[in-house]
Design a binder for this molecule. Structure first.
Ligand SMILES: Nc1ncnc2c1ncn2[C@@H]1O[C@H](COP(=O)(O)OP(=O)(O)O)[C@@H](O)[C@H]1O
Ligand SMILES: C[C@@](O)(CCOP(=O)(O)O)CC(=O)O
Ligand SMILES: [Mg+2]
Length: 378
């Protein structure tokens, strides 16, 4: 257990799915990569007899007496049903992990504050980054895993076995938020980098070319849970029509993986990029067939197409974010004018670097001052 009145900081990255969103829920391959946008969590143990959670991104702040929470332990296995809003889902996944991880001993008083650079509910895996941070911090506070930060370092990473435990509890948190997650998002939040995910099996892709990606947030709100359920209904209604679509997405992920690996062992040619672009276009059509497109995502594709660039939605769709592949030779001026066109549509748009580290423990010195100020405000 952490000593009374001590402070712990952790962070986890968001992700972009290159190919395989939704199909991955039905046992197909997905390729996903971590982003350089992160969620930060501060946990402070106290002697106040209270448990508090501060979630300023979603304007949610709660405090309970530890004695009140004790009575909830018997119900904590049965919380995943029912329709919950944004704030309730986040609160419930915190309570579920807190009560589960401390169920055998005394319930400790503590305050948890979370602040994210990621837009919430936009397809960049904010729910998974949140769940991974909760799992890492609460497992560490309970003594189930050690705190990896060395006195002289700014960041610390857990060993493989501890990461597996963090990932499995983060999956439980995701289940409360998503209903039926594939597990790809929490795997990227835990391990970072680029990975291939198939039916719970995680294969890190260490040899991948550096990809330039433009991220666009249409700012149309949506819920992953609702969209995943919508796709499931469609598959149940038209199994013989939808199964080949899912199989085709699987083949797209596999072809993309093959091309990416070729690009690391032979000189990169224009043809490699032509194939990557065609795969993006085909997958975007498939996602529309699945019923997870949105007029704003069509606009994104059309606007970037006029600049010779190819885009698809990323994550659950129905609004939220899309990715645009930039070619190595894509001129800075083309990127600038595309970004401006997309901003004129009312979207947020920025070029991003990919492949950031997975879940980490931090010293306060390694957290940007403005984030630290927000985390310590409550
Ligand atoms: N920083 C955060 N603070 C609190 N809750 C969060 C945070 N980030 C995500 N969540 C939870 O995750 C939900 C969004 O998850 P989801 O619909 O899967 O979208 P995505 O994972 O694509 O951002 C929010 O409604 C909220 O419950
Ligand atoms: C649609 C899906 O494939 C990804 C959802 O990602 P996000 O919550 O929209 O970031 C669902 C899943 O894999 O659990
Ligand atoms: Mg999510």
């Amino acid at each position: 257990l952490l000593s009374p009145v001590s402070e712990l900081f952790v962070s986890a990255p968001g992700k972009a799915i290159l190919h395989g969103e939704h199909a991955v829920v039905h046992g197909k391959v997905a390729l996903a990569v971590s982003l350089n946008l992160r969620t930060y969590l501060r946990l402070e143990t106290s002697t106040t007899g209270k448990v508090c959670i501060n979630l300023p991104n979603i304007d949610t702040f709660f405090c309970w007496d530890v004695s009140e929470l004790k009575q909830l332990i018997t119900y904590s296995h049965d919380v995943t049903n029912g329709n919950l809003d944004t704030s309730n889902m986040a609160t419930l996944s915190f309570l579920y992990l807190y009560l589960s991880l401390f169920r055998s001993g005394e319930l400790p008083s503590l305050t948890v504050s979370v602040w994210s650079e990621l837009p919430t509910g936009a397809g960049l895996g904010s729910s998974a980054a949140y769940s991974v941070c909760l799992a890492a911090a609460l497992l560490s506070a309970s003594g189930a895993i050690p705190t990896p930060l060395k006195e002289w370092d700014h960041t610390g990473r857990w060993c493989q076995e501890d990461l597996e435990l963090i990932n499995s509890w983060a999956f439980q948190g995701e289940t409360i938020i998503h209903g039926n997650p594939s597990g790809v998002d929490n795997a990227v939040g835990t391990w970072g980098g680029m990975l291939r995910f198939l039916a719970g099996k995680i294969i890190p892709l260490n040899r991948v070319p550096l990809l330039r990606i433009l991220l666009t947030n249409t700012k149309v709100p949506r819920s992953t849970k609702v969209l995943v359920a919508r796709v499931k209904d469609k598959i149940n209604k038209f199994p013989s029509i939808m199964t080949p679509v899912l199989d085709s997405v699987d083949a797209i992920s596999c072809t993309c993986e093959k091309v990416l690996s070729e690009m690391t062992c032979e000189p990169i040619t224009g043809e490699h990029y032509n194939i990557l672009e065609e795969l993006i276009d085909i997958n975007q059509h498939h996602l529309n067939v699945m019923g997870v497109g949105h007029p704003t995502l069509d606009t994104l594709c059309q606007v970037t197409r006029t600049r010779g660039l190819h885009s698809k939605l990323t994550g659950a769709g129905g609004g939220g974010c899309g990715i645009t592949l930039l070619r190595p030779e894509t001129d800075y001026s083309v990127v600038q004018s595309t970004v401006q066109d997309l901003r004129d549509c009312g979207f947020d748009c920025w070029e991003t670097s990919i492949g950031g580290p997975g879940v980490q423990q931090h010293s306060p010195l390694s957290i940007k001052e403005e984030s630290l100020e927000i985390l310590r405000r409550y």
